[in-house]
Design a protein. Structure first.
Length: 193
């Protein structure tokens, strides 16, 4: 990805996190990125293309921010738990990405053109978590009778809901993390080496 395109997408994430998708104005994103609107249209064709590309960009950025290699517990279960809990880190980047993701998800209710991109991005995340669950299951760190796909769907949906409550102030970050830890243990079984 070119540096200019990345700069525009980063500006779009900030703008969406601040104003929502419905409040997104191409001119505002261009000003935030320090580029002309014609250059923005050159890279993204139209507002819908910018929004779809921003959704994909946020998804990729969140995936790289939740690198399981950074887990304190390097076991398959520890890396899985780290990836899920990393979505509720109180850092500016996680707050911005999670807020933008929530805005994009909510916009898909009203903008059918976003649904396919959102479904694809969510599907990738679910598949990655399901693969992590399967790896932990093979290592004996997850209940043997668990359906990894179903568990991944439940846990990723829970992460999104807890993240939204934390970001909106309905839960503290500590409480959201504690609830997620408890749900992980209930879903996967006790953590054992």
């Amino acid at each position: 990805m070119s540096e200019r395109r990345r700069t525009i997408l980063e500006a779009a994430v900030r703008t969406i996190a601040r104003s929502g998708v419905r409040g997104l104005r191409v001119e505002e994103v261009a000003a935030e990125a320090g580029v002309s609107t014609s250059l923005l249209y050159y890279h993204f064709k139209d507002r819908a293309g910018l929004v779809r590309s921003t959704l994909e960009f946020v998804n990729d950025r969140v995936g790289s921010a939740t690198d399981p290699g950074a887990a304190a517990d390097p076991s398959p279960r520890g890396m899985l738990e780290h990836r899920l809990l990393a979505e509720i880190q109180d850092t500016p980047a996680v707050r911005e990405d999670s807020t933008a993701w929530g805005e994009l998800r909510a916009a898909a209710v009203f903008e059918p053109g976003l649904r396919e991109t959102l479904a694809r991005s969510t599907g990738v995340w679910v598949e990655e978590i399901a693969a992590d669950i399967e790896t932990a299951r093979r290592a004996g760190q997850v209940r043997d009778d668990l359906d990894p796909q179903a568990a991944a769907e439940r846990l990723t949906a829970l992460v999104e809901g807890l993240s939204e409550r934390w970001l909106s102030g309905s839960l503290t970050q500590e409480r959201a993390s504690a609830l997620l830890r408890g749900a992980i243990e209930l879903e996967l079984g006790p953590h054992s080496e």
